[in-house]
Design a protein around this ligand. Sequence first.
Ligand code: F6P
Length: 512
Amino acid sequence: MSDAIANAWDYLRGLPQPTLADLFEDEGRVAAMSDRIEWQAEEGDSGILFDWSKTHLSDELLAGFEKLADATDFRDKRAALLGGEKINVTEGRAATHTAERGIGAAPVVEEAMALHARMRMLVEAIHQGALGEINHLIHIGIGGSALGPALAVDALTRDLALVDVHVVSNIDGVALEAAFAACDPATTLVAVASKTFTTIETMTNAQSALKWLEDNGVTDPTGRVVALTASPEKAVEWGVDETRVLPFAESVGGRYSIWSSIGFPVALAVGWDEFAAMLAGARAVDEHFRDNDGRANLCLRAAFADQYYARLRGCQTRAVFAYDERLSLFPDYLQQLEMESNGKRVTSGGDPVDASTAPITWGGVGTDAQHAVFQLLHQGTHLIPVDFIASIAPGDALDPAHHRILLANCFAQGAALMAGGNMAKDGKDPARAFPGDRPSATMLCDDLDGATLGALIAFHEHRVFANAVLVGINPFDQFGVELGKKMANDVEAGGASFDASTQALLETAGLG
Ligand code: F6P
């Protein structure tokens, strides 16, 4: 760690730690800590309000974190990311997901746009019947090749889906059987989504999907497959016709790939225009992230709060609650984005890190989670920063009471976490006491459409990157998942020997 970084941390550790009540004595607190990111929508500007006022970030802490950002060369690292430099140092490649949204080095953006054009042609050809009648898509992929499509399809097709999409990731055949049961093989297309086109779960599920098509009278099953991959030659070798292989760049990371051809099921289900809106919403956040510094950069400001709670308050987890049924899968998506990106134990230079690098991200959907896990948030011994996400416009057409009660609950939870209190009549019963001073942040969307979803995802991508810069790690590799994968493959191949416990389990299950 450089002297400048060590000094910045020493300075931060020495600062006073005001309570939320102290901070709210400042009448300008909410205005100073709430800002919008906006973009052009059909009916005028649309956007998201990011309210970080109920966090403990004081003016002094913000200034201290701005010093830390300078000490970690945040601006240069951001320029390196957006300029397509090889910032994924352990794998020797760039991270070009923003180029998929039009932000990046010109040749990389051009290449991404050409691949999008190819994807658009195939999506529109399928909508026009080029592959016969297609009513269902079974999208097979795992991790970054499944979580984004599952989230976006679930969020954006509540009213209408042009094609009924089923995302299957688990190797447990029960998952694939459920998709088979919901689809008519005569009108089903299969998307095999795998950056590497080698992942055992995906390739096994894909093989079983082909067999299901064949067993159900489809004469040319591979003719019903679309491949979404950064290894197009492997897809062709596997049997997919080149015209139905949609490539994406190797420099787009798996968990950052929803913007590339991995977004094919989204475009097929919601139409190209809505997929393009998702890209545009993400681009609005890219531009905000590129053009603002210090606390005015909302992704960086969020990372300041993350670092404050992780390093100065010892918080191990962060919870995210979507007060919107359409975002039920958002916590799952964020878990991979944050924990696979920043769950690291050494710096980009290979030195051990001296504190936690990523929160354990968890959460759920409001109001359900209130009746399940909020007890611990309000009265447990852990301090857990909470993020709330909600939309001003309702997603339903029922009595407006539904949405009013939903939003009232969302805002009331943040207020209660902060204010605390005592529910006892005499105000003295410790079991009924709420300590308060518990932090939360709120992301309040004007509406939840494609652009907003794109903006929310991109905001978190940049928040993850900003955190990685502040702690000096590489967020773009994921060697941590490789060892387990290799050992599972060793079991499958047979002949490998393991510790006594694992050996006994294998034998008991008939695999030894
Ligand atoms: O879980 C590790 C991982 O490499 C993820 O990062 C990736 O999204 C997933 O596996 C799937 O990999 P692929 O797209 O190559 O099948």
